[in-house]
Design a protein around this ligand. Sequence first.
Ligand code: COS
Length: 385
Amino acid sequence: MTDPWHMLSEEERLFCDVLERLCAERIAPRAAETDETARFVHDQLATLGGAGMMGANLPEEYGGGGISAPALLRAVAIVAGACGSTASALTAHYLATDSILIGGTEAQKQALLPGAAEGRALGAFALTEPTAGSDPADMKTRARREGGGWRLEGAKCFISNGAVADFLVVYAVTDPARAHRGISAFIVPKGTPGLSAGAPERTMGLKGGHVFTLGLDCHLPEDALLGGVEGQGFKTAMQVLDNGRIEVAAQCLGLAEAAMATAIAYAKDRVIGGQPLTDRQAIRFMIADMGLAFQSARLLAQDAARQRDAAHKGGGRFSLAASMAKLHASEAAGRIADTALQLLGGYGYTRDFPVERIVRDLRIMRIYEGSSEIQRSIISAQLLA
Ligand code: COS
């Protein structure tokens, strides 16, 4: 079989090998405990910071890894394979730093990105609202000019890292008359008076990657406006989400591969009626279906990653590829993990194996960063255009 990651450079391979060892030694052994205790993955993110992973999405000029999008895909999958909660908090941080990279002024990039890349400052991306999830253009959070700065008022929900982040990128309406073109983004540091958060949501999975409802009634300085211009927020958010959707596909690949590996090891080991499970055609067919679903998800995600690199060099959009990768990977990974659980039988339903946790961790992948229904809308709009 050819190396499925043949497109990575030698340096990128080395980066991924080191990361894989680190995750196996220091992150994977804590995944079950993280799920049980629902403790935020602070330590795991610090470990990733030491490995250069907190800035792996950023160019070297801002302290980032400067790796290709396929290498980033592989690296995020490695983290997710070790611990879904850690990968989710990590990629939420990428949504914040990507917002600054795509929409920020040079001064904002220089001020925030190197610290974020080193893992000294954790980011959060605040777009979703109680009445504006799939349609963020309908958001109600408002920013008005006030005393040489801004008054930001509203509420956000399901914000990953929200209350633990050192800085948030908050999207808000600055001109209601201009619909999506009247949305702008703001940098809100932790501790800003008037920024409040509830307790973390009690979620089905990804229990160590906390999501929060946030209240906003804050005064912000003039230079909190991302990019220094109004009306660019919606476009920035959409571009960020194109990147983010490939990172969701990466999380799906990592989690699905871990479920599949557990099921294959179990099938090889388990003997029933004097016969190994792998002698049974029903089990072999399950393994074949998981392998096919995984391979198709990986190929689509790698294609989207290559298109992401090409678009970043030459301009243009890769929304179609990103949405296809996210939609397919999240649905395929859900099927893979469910099949793995079925193969393990009653054991799959227990916490003695990681598969039930993976099933729970994966469920949100069909919902966050644009539900499967939204991905189908984007794909059909792109194909019809
Ligand atoms: N890249 C660049 N520009 C984009 C873009 C992208 N990926 N997607 C949309 N735009 C631009 C369009 O080109 C258009 O520009 P103009 O102002 O020049 O007309 C503008 O944004 C509006 O585009 P569109 O009409 O397609 O926007 P909609 O309001 O219909 O939004 C979708 C459509 C479904 C794509 C959007 O609402 C969406 O992504 N929803 C899901 C949100 C989400 O994922 N939330 C999760 C948050 S994180 S958990």
